[in-house]
Design a protein. Structure first.
Length: 284
């Protein structure tokens, strides 16, 4: 037998924060691209789309969802095959899920929205800005890469190994709080689709350089993303090119935030991310 994959969910399900469950949400389904895309709306104000990571749903944002909803109209989306959004007969692709998000923005009759994505959702958010720039106001990417080799090698290896362990991981999730909340999800199929997508080589550097939306990157100081890639990503957005000047007037619109004492898997467990991104979102 081969070695068990590195991915933590082989031992326990992806981080799940029940305190983020908000039962007073205005929820619905948007018919987009052959998919009935589930969304929840919390709070009022400037619209902010939240895109969760793989093998999770809106609960992955932990206390950040409630905190962000105090001052914004937060629209938490369940991506293809996740949560309450049933899967359809198409592979998972960052690009197609980005098209779903853009179609949701149009469905909700929103001119432009701020978009925040974590991990897999960060890749979807990035592709939304690349493919549908007119729909995105400000962009926040949390713990995601613009190239496949931005992940540490052991993480890429884990994605490659995941299909062989999908059944075992799926059984673990079914008995967890996440599995009990979303019994309709076919976890084994979802895991296999995520692994297939994440195992594909990609390099979006040139597209990232052309992004016009003000963008903030947020990483953990012990992330699954290589530190060298964090800097390369930031520089591709125009950040870190020179001294900003005494008054800061020479800096770019890109921002970079690091959450100390956090990992890729628990970066959303506290409101540290909200504290970092709120000033960025508030800028005119």
């Amino acid at each position: 037998m081969g070695a068990a994959p590195f991915v933590p969910i082989i031992h326990k399900p992806f981080p799940f924060f029940p305190e983020s469950i908000m039962h007073d949400a205005n929820s619905g389904f948007a018919p987009v691209n052959g998919l009935n895309l589930y969304y929840e709306i919390h709070g009022e104000g400037q619209p902010l789309i939240l895109l969760h990571g793989g093998v999770s749903a809106s609960e992955a944002f932990g206390p950040n969802l409630k905190e962000l909803a105090k001052s914004r109209k937060v629209i938490a989306v369940h991506l293809q095959g996740h949560g309450h959004t049933k899967d359809i007969y198409r592979p998972l692709r960052f690009e197609s899920m980005a098209d779903d998000v853009a179609a949701l923005i149009a469905f909700l009759k929103i001119d432009k929205a701020d978009v925040l994505g974590y991990s897999l959702g960060g890749g979807v958010a990035l592709q939304t800005a690349i493919r549908h720039p007119a729909a995105v106001n400000r962009l926040i990417i949390i713990s995601a890469a613009m190239q496949q080799d931005g992940w540490f090698p052991e993480v890429i290896t884990a994605f490659n190994q995941m299909p062989a362990h999908a059944s075992q991981i799926a059984q673990n999730i079914k008995g967890s709080p996440l599995g009990q909340l979303y019994p309709e999800v076919n976890w084994e199929v979802l895991l296999s689709k995520i692994a297939e997508m994440e195992s594909r080589d990609f390099d979006w550097t040139e597209q990232v350089k052309k992004i016009q939306s003000p963008t903030m990157l947020v990483f953990a100081d012990a992330d699954a993303i290589r530190p060298e890639h964090m800097i390369a990503f930031y520089k591709a957005l125009g950040g870190g090119q020179r001294d900003a000047g005494l008054d800061g007037s020479l800096r770019s619109t890109a921002r970079l935030g690091i959450v100390p004492g956090a990992t890729h898997y628990n970066i959303l467990a506290t409101t540290a991310v909200t504290n970092l991104v709120t000033p960025f979102l508030a800028q005119a």
